[in-house]
Design a protein around this ligand. Structure first.
Ligand SMILES: Nc1ncnc2c1ncn2[C@@H]1O[C@H](COP(=O)(O)OP(=O)(O)O)[C@@H](O)[C@H]1O
Ligand SMILES: [Mg+2]
Length: 464
C-alpha cells in the first residue's frame, strides 16, 4: 500500500485530515490525530487494511446458536515458571496474545527469556525477537541466567514485515516481541514507538497469532498509570495484559493480570530478582513487611488478599504540619480514596488533619487496590498524628464507608489465620470477619471486632 494513502484520524471525534496537525480540524482537540493506513474504499477510521481488503467479498455470514457451537476449553501449555503460570491462568494459550508492561529495568526481558527457554526445553519451539538489544546482549543475559545451551531462536529485527515473514516461515509455538515500541512497519510514516506504529504492528502480530496459533507475547514499556502513550491502546487488542510491579530498589517483583480472557484477573505472581534471574516466591505473605525492632508511630500491618493468597503489607503514614495548602500523597494506594478516608476520619472519629500534610505508603512498591486497606490506612494516619505506635504484633483490615461503618473484607478468616501463622497477636477487624461466638478461636490472636470507625479508634486507644 502506498504511503500517500495514509490518513490521520482523530481519536476523539473520528474526524480525518490528510496530514498531521496538532489540533483536530473537526473537534479542535489537541494531539489526537493518529496515523492510519486507509485502503482503497476505506470507510473511515474503523477500517484497517484487513477490514477493507475483503470488502468486495462481503456477504451475510452464517449464524449459529450458542448450543450448536462446541464449547472447548482452551489448551494451555505451562511455561514451567509456576508464578508466571499462576497469573496466566495455567500457561500460555495457543494463538493467545499477551502484553507485558512495566518500567524499564524491572525484569520483563529476564522473565520472558527464562520462560521461552523453559518452554523450548519442554519441546516447544520458541522465537525471541529482540529490537532493544542485540543478539549478543541477549546471549550474554542467557549466560548470566545460567541458561546453558539454550535452543531458543533469536531474531534481532525491528521491521514488522520481516518479523512476520520469519514467524510465518518458522511457525514457533511462542514468539516474544521485545519490545513492541521498537517495531515499525514500512506502511506508516510515523516514527517507531508512536501510537500509530505500535497499534498497527500489534494488530498485525495479533492477526498472525490468531491465524497461525503461535502464542505471541508483546513487551511494552509503560507504567500502570499509562504515563507513556502507546501500549495502553493495545490493552483492548490483546487477550491478556500483565503488569510488572515493584520497587526496583527491592528485589521483589509482582506480576499482575489486569485483563485475561483465559483466566482470573485477580491472581498475582511473586518473584525475587536474583543474580540468576527471577525466582518464584511460593510463600509471599511476609515479604512486604519491614522489620522494625520496636513498633513505630504511623505503621500498621495490613492483611491484604491478592488472588488466592493472603499477604501482609506494612502501611506507613506520616502526618506533619503542612503549609497553607497541605499535601495528600499516596504511594501504592489510591489518592482519591485517601482524601475520602481523611474526611471520614474527621467527621466520624473527630480526627482532624486539615492543616497537615498526609503521606501514605504501601511498603515494597506493592499496589493495593482493595478497599479492605481502609482501616489500616486510617489507623496508620491516626497513629502518626498522635505520635503513638500501635502495639507489637498488630494487624488490621476492613473497608470503611462514608457513613463511618466498617464493612467486612472477603475471606476474613483466611487473612486472620495467615496473620496468626506469622506470629501476629492483636487484630482490629470488621465484626462480620471475626469468628462467631462459640466458633473456634484463632490461636494466638486477640481479635477486636468493630462495627464503626470510632469503635476502632476506641479499641486502639485502650491498647496504648
Ligand atoms: N549484567 C547484569 N548483572 C546483574 N544484574 C543485571 C544485569 N543486567 C541486568 N540486571 C538486572 O536485571 C534487571 C532486569 O533487567 P531486564 O530484564 O532487562 O528489564 P526490562 O526488560 O524490564 O527492562 C535489571 O534491572 C538489573 O537489576
Ligand atoms: Mg528489556
Amino acid at each position: 500500500m502506498a504511503k500517500d494513502k495514509t490518513l490521520f484520524v482523530c481519536s476523539e471525534c473520528g474526524g480525518t485530515s490528510p496530514k498531521w496537525l496538532g489540533k483536530c480540524p473537526s473537534c479542535g482537540a489537541w494531539n489526537t490525530l493518529v496515523e492510519q493506513v486507509a485502503g482503497a474504499g476505506a470507510g473511515g477510521a474503523a477500517n484497517n487494511r484487513f477490514g477493507t481488503q475483503f470488502a468486495s467479498l462481503a456477504g451475510a455470514s452464517e449464524l449459529s446458536t450458542l448450543s450448536e457451537i462446541e464449547a472447548t476449553d482452551v489448551a494451555r501449555t505451562p511455561t514451567g515458571l509456576d508464578e508466571l503460570d499462576r497469573v496466566l491462568g495455567g500457561g500460555i494459550v495457543s494463538g493467545g496474545v499477551t502484553l507485558i508492561g512495566g518500567d524499564p529495568g524491572i525484569g520483563k526481558s529476564t522473565l520472558l527469556l527464562q520462560a521461552v527457554d523453559a518452554l523450548q526445553r519442554a519441546g516447544q519451539n520458541a522465537l525471541y525477537v529482540t529490537g532493544e538489544e542485540s543478539g549478543s546482549q541477549v546471549a550474554l543475559r542467557s549466560k548470566r541466567l545460567g541458561l546453558d545451551h539454550s535452543q531458543v531462536q533469536v531474531l534481532a529485527e525491528i521491521q514488522l514485515e520481516k518479523i512476520i515473514a520469519t514467524l510465518d516461515a518458522t511457525r514457533p509455538a511462542i514468539a516474544v516481541i521485545d519490545s513492541i515500541q521498537t517495531v515499525y512497519s514500512d506502511q506508516l510514516t510515523s516514527a517507531p514507538g508512536s501510537v500509530a506504529q505500535v497499534r498497527e504492528c500489534a494488530a498485525h502480530l495479533t492477526r498472525f497469532a490468531k491465524t497461525s496459533g503461535t502464542a505471541v507475547v508483546l513487551v511494552g514499556h509503560v507504567t500502570k498509570e499509562g504515563a507513556l502513550a502507546g501500549p495502553r491502546v493495545l490493552e483492548h487488542m490483546v487477550d491478556t495484559v500483565l503488569y510488572f510491579e515493584g520497587d526496583t530498589h527491592s528485589s521483589f517483583r509482582l506480576v499482575r493480570a489486569i485483563k485475561n480472557r483465559f483466566g482470573a484477573v485477580n491472581e498475582i505472581g511473586v518473584f525475587a530478582m536474583t543474580e540468576r534471574g527471577l525466582k518464584g516466591v511460593t510463600n509471599p505473605s511476609a515479604i512486604f513487611l519491614s522489620q522494625h525492632a520496636e513498633p513505630v508511630p504511623g505503621s500498621v500491618v495490613l492483611v491484604t488478599l491478592e488472588g488466592t493468597r493472603p499477604m501482609l503489607v506494612e502501611i506507613q503514614a506520616l502526618v506533619d504540619n503542612g503549609g497553607p495548602s497541605p499535601r495528600r500523597l499516596s504511594v501504592g494506594l489510591d489518592r482519591d480514596r485517601l482524601a475520602m478516608l481523611l474526611a471520614v476520619l474527621h467527621r466520624h472519629a473527630g480526627v482532624a488533619c486539615m492543616d497537615q500534610d498526609v503521606f501514605v505508603n504501601a511498603v515494597g512498591g506493592v499496589r493495593i487496590s482493595e478497599p479492605a486497606a481502609d482501616l489500616a490506612v486510617m489507623l496508620a494516619i491516626t497513629s502518626s498524628l498522635r505520635g503513638k505506635p500501635l502495639p507489637k504484633g498488630f494487624i488490621a483490615f476492613g473497608e470503611v464507608g462514608l457513613a463511618g461503618e466498617v464493612r467486612p473484607a472477603p475471606r476474613g478468616q483466611e487473612r486472620l489465620r495467615e496473620a496468626a501463622k506469622l506470629g501476629f497477636s492483636v487484630a482490629v477487624v470488621p465484626k462480620a470477619n471475626a469468628p462467631r461466638k462459640g466458633a473456634k478461636e484463632i490461636e494466638g490472636l486477640t481479635i477486636h471486632a468493630v462495627d464503626r470507625i470510632e469503635e476502632a479508634m476506641d479499641v486502639v486507644r485502650r491498647l496504648d
